[in-house]
Design a protein around this ligand. Structure first.
Ligand code: F6P
Length: 376
């Protein structure tokens, strides 16, 4: 098994339950098969760099047993290490070497835990004959075919906790705080994090925003007597007709841009447009850190167990997933090159830049802010 892409909370619980389920003695007896589990270091890079002749010479692969992983579910990050290494990146160009190493090491199957980049590699490996199982993880929750991706709830909790902290300082100084969350193409973290912490404005990549409208809403808030405002913005959000703000040019091995800075841009524009004191905070990698919350520990457990069930059934080329609380699986091909984005028609108020305030009614949307209040 390997973990690839950005780390997050929830990876270690999944790793623990892969090992515990694969090596459970009672299950071994029932299944009539004994499994060994190898931990591969640093994602797909480990399978490219390992030397099958000397095995774990460079520490890229090591056997794991239930005793090794007993306490792993309490910890954030990944005990196996991770990387954004792609064998298909022309810079590396080594899918053949990876396949050869898998064979020479005698690995019957590879469990790849990751997001769109890691699982795209898994899909291509599967097409080329490798027995692969995927486990979805990403704090962005942008993978299709599953209601949940490991790490998301812990990241949500970070957002809520940090915004709670900002509220006291924002209120004391009558300031506006623009809080930047992760979320390259999908606005789930900002939208649902903003809904959970009661943000006044939420800006997501799926709906380019108008800076004038943001300033109008901020001024309206002040006129109605608020002392401060919290604005949440996903790193991938952009102004109408504009582009994403990047930390540096270029893309990584997974083809991802290094996004960051939209929060600071919006803060500057609000100060310019409203003359109200505004600060920005980028929650950045804090959202990926810390111990997994209860939900990530539980989902890591279920996904880890389900991955072994798929191997027992020889259902390779699949990813474990969850739908309406039920754990199931889907072909990796179904997620290849696709993203799960926020449906702005049903979940987002494109006028007030926030979560919708009707959930059970799907009727024609009225523009509440444009309706004049009744005269007293
Ligand atoms: O894991 C996905 C993600 O959280 C994105 O939202 C973000 O753009 C990216 O990771 C940043 O990761 P890194 O700094 O590790 O490249």
């Amino acid at each position: 098994m390997l973990t690839g892409g950005g780390d997050c909370a929830g990876l270690n619980p999944a790793l623990k339950w892969v090992v515990k389920t694969a090596m459970d003695e009672r299950l071994e007896w029932e299944r009539g098969i004994r499994y060994e589990v190898m931990g591969i270091r640093d994602g797909w890079k480990g399978l490219a760099n390992v030397d099958p002749a000397t095995w774990n010479s460079a520490g890229y692969i090591s056997p794991l047993n239930p005793d090794d992983v007993r306490t792993w579910d309490r910890y954030g990050g990944t005990m196996l290490g991770t990387s954004r290494f792609s064998p298909y990146d022309p810079k590396n160009n080594c899918p053949e070497l990876v396949r050869e190493n898998i064979e020479r090491l005698g690995l019957d199957a590879v469990i790849a835990i990751g997001g769109d980049g890691t699982l795209a590699i898994a899909t291509r490996m599967s097409r080329e004959g490798v027995n692969v199982i995927g486990i979805p993880k990403t704090i962005d929750k942008d993978l299709p075919e599953t209601d949940y991706t490991l790490g998301y709830e812990t990241a949500q909790n970070v957002i809520v906790e940090e915004v709670d902290r900002l509220r006291t300082t924002a209120g004391s100084h009558k300031r506006i705080f623009v809080v930047e969350t992760m979320g390259r193409t999908a606005g789930w973290l900002a939208l649902e994090g903003g809904e959970a912490c009661g943000a006044y404005i939420i800006l997501i990549p799926e709906h380019p925003f108008s800076m004038d409208r943001v300033n109008e809403l901020v001024s309206e808030g002040r006129r109605s007597g608020t002392r401060y405002e919290i604005i949440l913005v996903a790193e991938g959000a952009k102004p109408k007709g504009g582009t994403e703000v990047v930390k540096r040019e270029g893309v990584d091995s997974f083809g991802h841009k290094a996004l960051g800075g939209i929060g600071a841009y919006i803060a500057r524009e609000i100060e310019k447009g409203t003359k109200l004191e505004t600060r920005s905070v980028n929650l950045s990698h804090l959202q990926r850190g810390g111990a997994p919350c209860a939900y990530d520990r539980r989902m890591g457990r279920y996904f880890g167990i389900a991955a072994i069930d798929l191997i027992v059934k020889k259902k390779f080329g699949n990813m474990v997933c969850v739908h309406s609380g039920k754990i199931s699986s889907c072909p990796l091909e179904n997620i290849y090159g696709k993203l799960n984005l926020v449906d702005t028609a049903t979940l987002y108020d494109t006028d007030r830049y926030n979560g919708r305030r009707s959930i059970l009614i799907n009727g024609k949307k009225k523009n509440a802010s444009r309706i004049k209040p009744h005269k007293k």
